[in-house]
Each structure stands twice: as C-alpha cells, then as structure tokens.
Ligand binder design. Structure first.
Ligand SMILES: Nc1nc2c(ncn2[C@@H]2O[C@H](COP(=O)(O)OP(=O)(O)OP(=O)(O)O)[C@@H](O)[C@H]2O)c(=O)[nH]1
Ligand SMILES: [Mg+2]
Length: 650
C-alpha cells in the first residue's frame, strides 16, 4: 500500500466515525434525549474530527534535498518535478502545502516586509489583504512549476535593511548572509508561502511543511515555537555526501529539539545515497559505508539507528516519473514512506480515538445511566401500583400522603441544590477571572510597553520573566479554584446519592497542571533564544525580541483558550449529571403523585395506570436497545483497521 492508499484508508476511517456520530446526534434529537451539555459535546467532537490535519515537516540545512524528497514522496505521480529544487538555496521561506476547498488553487505569498511589524504569521493568516495571491493552473505542469518557483524569489537590499528584517549578517557568510562589495545582500522576497493545491493526499488533510535552510530563515520564531512543535512528524534531512555538519547540528538544535515538541515522530533521512553508486565501489562496500554513516548519524543526533533512513530522493523521483520499480526499490524511498505512515497514522488515530471515546462514549454512558434510572422508577411504581390491586381507599390515601411527603422532602433538598448552584456560579466567575482572556490581554499589553521602553537586555528579560510568572500564577490560582469547586460538587453528589437515592457516582476531577507544561515549554524556548543573542541591546535585537514576544503571546493565548475551553467543558460535565438527575427525579415524583391522585379521585382505573407504566417501560427498553446498537456501531467504526501492513511496499 502506498502513502496515498494509507492516507485514504485513514480518511475513510475518520469519515465513518464522523458519520456514526452524526447518526447518534440524530437519534438523540428524535428521541428527545438532548440537553445542552450533550449538544455541546457532539458539536465539539465533530469540529475536532473535521479539522483533523496531519502535518509533516521537512527540516534541514539548505541543499540537503528537502524539496526533492517532497517531490519524490508526494508528487512522483505528477510526471515532473513540482517543487523547485536545485543546487544552492532554493526554498527561501517556510512553505505549507495543503488543500482548503474554500479557496481556489493558488500560491499565497506573504511579503518579507511584514516582518517590520510585530504581527505574527498566524495573525496575518486572518488578513488576506496582507498576502499576494498567484493562481495555480493545475492542468499544466509547466505553468504550475512557474507559479511555485515564485516562492524562491529574492530581493537585493542594504545590509541594515536586512538586519531590520531579522536576518543575520556575517562577512564570511558562515553564520549569516554575506554582503557583496556594495554592502547589499539577497534576502527572501517572501516571509511565508501557503500553496493551496487540490492534490489527493492534501485533500485527505495532509499538510506538508517545507522549510528553508538556516540563514535563509533568519529569525522566524513561529517556526520554532508553533509550526514545528505542532507537526505530527518531522523529517530531518542530511546529505550522505556531507554527513552531519556543524550547521546541520545547529538546525537540528534550533528547529527540531529546541522547542521540546517531543510528541511527534522524528525521522532522520540520509539523502543522496546515490552519490555512493559511483560504479567503483562494490555493493558490499556501499552497504558498509551506509551502515557506518547511519551509525555515526544516529550517535550524533542521539536517535536510534532504526530512525535513520538512507535514501535517494532524486532517484526515487526519477523512478516514479519513469515507472521504474527497480530503481524505486534501490532508492529505498518506500521504506522511509512506510516508517512515516506508521508514525503518523496510529498516533493520529489514537488522538482522534481518545477524543471520541471521551466525548461520545461518555455521553452515551450518561444517557444510559439516565435511562436506567427512568426504568428503575417505572419498575418501582409498577410494583407499588400492583400492590394496590384490591386494596381499599384508605390504603390509597395513605400512599398519597407518602408520595406527598417524599416530594416535599425532595423540594427541601432542591433548595440546597439551588443554593449550591449559586455558589457554583460565583466560584466559576472567580475561576474565569483567573483564567480570563481579558486579564491576559492586559498583561500582554503591559509587557509590550515594558519591552518598548527597555534600555537594557536585562529589562527585556525581566519583562518576559514577569509575563511568564503572571501566566503561571493565574494557572495556579485557577487550580485552587478548581479544587474548591470539585470538593463542593463532591459533597453535593454524595448528599443527593444518600438522601434522595440518586445514582450519581463521583464527579470527574480536573487538573490544570498539565497545561503548565506548555507554558514551561514556551518559556524554555524563549530563554534559549534569548541567551543566544548578545547582551548588547541593538535595534535589531530589540526587534527580534519583540517579534519573539508576539509569537510567544499568540501561543500563550492559544493555550489559555484551550484551558478555558476545557475548563468550561469540565464545569458542564460535573454540573450536568446532577442537574439532569434532579430534574428527572422531580419529574418522576410529580408524575407519581399525579397518578396516585387520579386513582384516588377515581378518574382513572388502577389498571389503566398500570398499562401506561408498562408501555412507558417498553419504550425505555427500546431506547436502551437502540443506544446499545449505536454504541456498538461507534465501537466498530473506531476499531476498524486503519493501517494495512503490506510488506511489498511501493
Ligand atoms: N545526487 C543526488 N542529488 C540530490 C538528491 N536529492 C536532491 N539532490 C540535489 O540536491 C540539490 C538540492 O536539492 P533541494 O531539493 O533543492 O534541497 P533543499 O533541501 O530543498 O534546499 P533549500 O531549498 O535550498 O533549503 C539539488 O540540485 C538536487 O537535485 C539525491 O537523492 N541525490
Ligand atoms: Mg528546498
């Protein structure tokens, strides 16, 4: 199975899961079983499923063959080299290849000048006017290549200007751009490119991120802080002819391991294996050479040797264009592709599966509990009424009194419930005040001001430290609030379980701590970046720091939005069962009282009431059965195999 089929299989799996959830939503609606909590759960879940993208990033120093590798893996069937690849620097800015049906096939380019303002790429993605759009004609390879080549455009600017745009200048050209005799340097014309292409793999939700080598990037903190850590797989490309050089290591450290995004699969690729096929070495010599290169590469990067793949991207591409299966096998591209798919899909499937399990199965379980409670009430009433058969009015009167007392008891309990709900509301307000996006906005503005007025590096660092401390502090305070809410709800659950016989179990706990990790990761990345800059506060450095801060702020905001969303979800999740069961119990008491009253007043016969209850019970049984069917359907959809391991790769 090729990459294409594997991804299609995954897409089909996801669609099946999604369809089952839509079916469940429909049934809930028809059966009158929806409530706001369930609705919100399902909507969130569907959003998660629809927005499910797989991001594969290619990272390396320039000319290691990233673009060629992308061509060979993803565009071999195009019959030509799609992404520009040539000796020297080709890819000049981070380039995302994806497909979004709402936009035409096109290349969107963000001018490099946007780096002069602190606005981040993420923010600019919401401002179409900031981008230059070039149409992409998918019917002609030549015109497509022409459009794609524009990603590599450059501009000649004065050194000072280049520095303002965040590029490092180095007279020797080693650790920065090298100026010519006139003091001019070539900088990329674009800061970021998004290629929207209706390619089958991209349609499946695959996003490919091609990055330029070190010096061409200059300072683009988003790559390190956001794009790369959120990628599901990172392919780090090395040249078999060069091995791991100092600048390769620098790229590995700044882009791959620095931001600490260790969740994704990391694969090292030893490209240009064909440089060993010189016609002089024997096959055995080539193998020995490859094995030794793998060993030293694995040791230097601290990766297991199985994660290092020797390939020839160029021969692989050629083989695909010429349909030469022997050459394809020799390029060893299929092994790399298999590793990539095996990394990507199960990981992704686990994430999606866990979300579905938590949200959808949780909701089914809650509904199941509610139906069970309803059924129990029906059975109790049935036996109560059956006992009344042949009894005189006195007994019925006695029963009427008993139900009334029970109802009054429960209503007193309800007062406590309403009081708790008020406390809950005020505690929730406190919690959101700690987590609040407004507070975060004020904090961000304040830090921005401090940074602007800073005269020394130390002040910049202090401003950032204060910012992170503030964020952490708000998380800690939220954690205390969460604990308070939990204890109160736990007591309430217990009380209603013992005093009114509700089956509530224990409320789900919640921890804010796991979100602190993300903040710590950002802080670490900031310090690492900051420490690499000199202690002198130049205009360039101030700009760099500010731009870096803006990226950090956007990331922190995103994380805090997630915390807020999760907290909201949790609050609903602990309040909803209590509210539902209380409401349910209240309804039952009312209908029971109603029934006994009618029997007492002889408006209904006992047998009629018993028959009603029987029918009601049968309806609940049917609902439980349907619920079980839906649950099995969801289990089956989730468990369907996604990845077929086929040994004959290619
Ligand atoms: N012999 C050989 N050459 C290769 C191979 N892969 C790429 N190349 C060549 O290496 C050069 C650089 O390839 P690119 O794909 O442009 O490299 P890149 O990593 O994208 O480089 P930048 O975009 O400049 O950062 C090109 O001339 C390719 O033809 C390979 O497997 N074997
Ligand atoms: Mg390239």
């Amino acid at each position: 199975m090729g990459m294409q089929e594997e991804l299609s299989a995954y897409g089909a799996w996801r669609t099946r899961v999604e369809q089952t959830i839509v079916r469940i939503r429909g049934w809930f609606f028809e059966s009158n079983l929806t409530d706001t909590h369930n609705d919100a759960c399902i909507e969130q879940l569907l959003l998660k499923l629809r927005d499910d993208r797989l991001v594969v990033a290619f990272v390396a120093e320039f000319s290691r063959g990233k673009s060629e590798l992308i061509n060979a893996i993803f565009f071999g069937d195009q019959g030509a080299r799609v992404l520009p690849s040539s000796s020297g620097r080709t890819t000049m800015c981070p380039t995302e290849l994806m497909y979004d049906e709402d936009r035409p096939a096109c290349v969107d380019l963000l001018p490099i000048e946007t780096r002069r303002t602190p606005t981040t790429v993420t923010e600019l993605k919401g401002q179409p006017a900031a981008w230059r759009r070039i149409a992409l004609d998918m019917s002609s390879t030549a015109s497509m290549q022409q459009s794609l080549a524009r990603v590599g455009e450059q501009r000649r600017v004065a050194m000072g200007e280049a520095e303002l745009l965040g590029f490092r200048i180095d007279m020797t050209g080693e650790s920065g751009l090298q100026p010519d005799a006139q003091g001019m340097v070539n900088v990329p014309a674009w800061r970021h490119a998004v290629i929207n292409m209706p390619h089958p793999l991209l349609r499946q939700g695959l996003v490919i991120l091609d990055t330029p080598g070190l010096n061409a990037i200059g300072a683009e903190p988003e790559l390190t802080l956001s794009l790369l850590p959120s990628a599901h797989a990172v392919l780090f490309v090395l040249g078999m002819d060069t091995g791991v050089t100092q600048s390769d290591l620098a790229v590995w450290r700044t882009h791959v391991t620095a931001a600490g995004g260790s969740r994704q699969g990391r694969i090292a690729v030893l490209n240009k294996m064909d440089s060993l096929w010189d016609g002089l070495r024997t096959d055995a010599q080539i193998e020995t050479e490859i094995a030794s290169q793998i060993g030293s590469c694995a040791a230097t990067l601290d990766l297991p040797a199985e994660r290092v793949f020797p390939v020839s991207a160029q021969k692989g591409l050629l083989a695909r264009i010429q349909h030469d299966s022997q050459l394809l096998a020799r390029s060893r591209l299929p092994q790399l592709e298999r590793a990539l798919v095996e990394d990507l899909l199960p990981a992704k499937r686990d994430i999606v599966g866990a979300a579905v399990e938590q949200d959808a199965l949780g909701m089914l379980a809650r509904t199941r509990e509610m139906l069970t409670a309803r059924k129990r009430a029906v059975i109790d009433q049935l036996s109560e009424f059956s006992d009344l058969r042949g009894k005189n009015r006195g007994v019925i009167q006695y029963m009427l009194r008993r139900v009334r007392t029970e109802k009054e008891d429960f209503e007193r309990g309800l007062e406590r419930f309403y009081a708790t709900r008020n406390v809950f509301a005020s505690q929730t307000n406190t919690l959101f005040a700690h987590l609040g996006m407004d507070a975060l906005r004020t904090r961000t503005l304040h830090t921005r001001d401090l940074m602007e007025s800073a005269n020394f590096s130390l002040q910049l660092r202090d401003a950032m430290n204060a910012y992170f401390n503030d964020v952490r502090d708000s998380l800690q305070k939220s954690s205390t609030s969460v604990d308070e809410i939990f204890s109160m709800m736990e007591a309430m659950y217990r009380r209603f379980s013992t005093e009114h016989d509700l089956r509530l179990g224990v409320p789900v706990p919640f921890s804010v701590h796991r979100y602190e990790k993300d903040i710590t990761r950002l802080e670490k990345a900031f310090h690492q970046q900051f420490n690499t800059w000199l202690n002198l506060l130049t205009t360039e450095k101030r700009q760099l720091t500010q731009r870096f801060f803006e990226t950090v702020a956007v990331q922190v905001r995103k994380h805090m939005e997630v915390v807020n969303r999760d907290v909201e979800h949790w609050l609903r999740a602990i309040m909803a069962p209590l509210e539902n069961q209380v409401r349910e119990h209240q309804k039952q008491l009312k209908s029971r009282l109603e029934s006994v009253k009618r029997i007492h007043e002889a408006t209904d016969t006992l047998e009629e009431r018993i028959e009603d209850l029987r029918q009601n019970g049968a309806l609940i049984d049917q609902q439980v059965e349907e619920l079980e069917r839906l649950k099995s359907a969801l289990d089956a959809a989730l468990e369907a195999p996604v990845l077929q391991r086929v040994d004959a790769a290619a």
